[in-house]
Design a protein around this ligand. Sequence first.
Ligand code: NAD
Length: 417
Amino acid sequence: MADEANPYESLQEQIDDAAAYLDVEEGVIARLKAPERVLETNLTFERDDGSLETVRAYRSQFNGDRGPYKGGIRYHPGVTRDEVKALSGWMVYKCAVVDIPYGGGKGGIAIDPGDYSAAELERVTRGFATELRPFIGEDRDIPAPDVNTGQREMNWIKDTYETLENTTAPGVITGKAIDSGGSAGRVEATGRSTMLAARETFDWLGRDIEDATVAVQGYGNAGSVAAALLDDLGATLVAVSDSSGGIYDPDGLDARTVKSYKAETGAVSGYETAEAITNDELLTMDVDLLVPAALENAVDAELAVDVSADVVVEAANGPLTPDADDVLTERGVWVVPDVFANAGGVTVSYFEWIQNRQRFHWTEERVVDELERIITDAFEGIIDAYEQNELPNLRTAAYVVALRRVVNAYEQGGNWP
Ligand code: NAD
């Protein structure tokens, strides 16, 4: 693993791992391991008391060989240049593995939004949008929400951009509310692709998802939707957790009732007759399917030794440390990687952008059908790569598929002197 788990170094290792199975020139691989450009800027904005504050902000455009840069903007005190570079690179491979015509980008402001009023956040967001204006655009770079940003921030960025450009350009940003040009089905998209990834994997393994027991770590947007849709398939949801702890019922939990309970009480803990468990107990529970849907690095190498699930589908980004991943591969646990399993979010963002360009709303049914087609086709591509190249695991297979697509686009462009 990279020194001190620098995410940018981890990304570069993952690219090297996959590149080892491809016949690609070293110079091309080197290019695919570093961003094309990074905007690093100061944002000076006025606090409500009239004082001025300066904060650091970044936008990394990692690779645009397959289309406009695409990726979220996060507000978090831990945002660094290397983190943004890594996240922008993962977006390249996520878009490529599901074959949507985007490159990868990511941005962030190093602030804790909890420290600021809404008016202050609007000023700093509009300041960032002004800095971003020459770099973004419907055909150039399309930001989206990420950690601690949502529809509100996206609307501020869209409005600033449209005002400065003297145009309307809803497709300059995704993750908008429906009335501002958002898409039906976006909220459920990540949980839906997680469910589809699990269903396809069980089918490929010759097992029935209806007979599967499931544990879900993290019961927010991704986890609760995945749980409800797996419940709909007939799987038995035996355990879920959030930051308050976990609950367990061997007879099965009703995913939607648990979601309503969490909405009312703020936590899954204390739900009806379910038994209280810890997050580590959930992660090592003897179930058929484990869905980590909380934060990165939930399972390290030590915990991975005790993971008892047969299949792990990563709804969260990076829930396994690279060392944990190695342990699970060695132990024969099937890990369905994040770049594929949670790609429903960016895929429906792509549908949102298409609808904005068409100035036409799709029905939810169409969104669901198109997403299912994209995810099932992507799974087939990953499995073909896994079987034909005798790859060590499905993550390397996903990266091989994605890297090959990016390299092809670059080489077909032939844009070297
Ligand atoms: P969210 O904030 O809605 O939910 C996160 C959940 O995780 C909450 O229930 C929280 O209580 C729980 N949690 C936090 N720390 C925990 C811990 N230590 N143990 C157990 N539970 C814990 O976030 P989300 O949008 O569902 O995102 C979850 C993950 O999915 C993130 O890694 C995110 O990057 C990834 N993801 C989300 C989307 C999306 O469209 N929402 C898309 C791609 C990837």
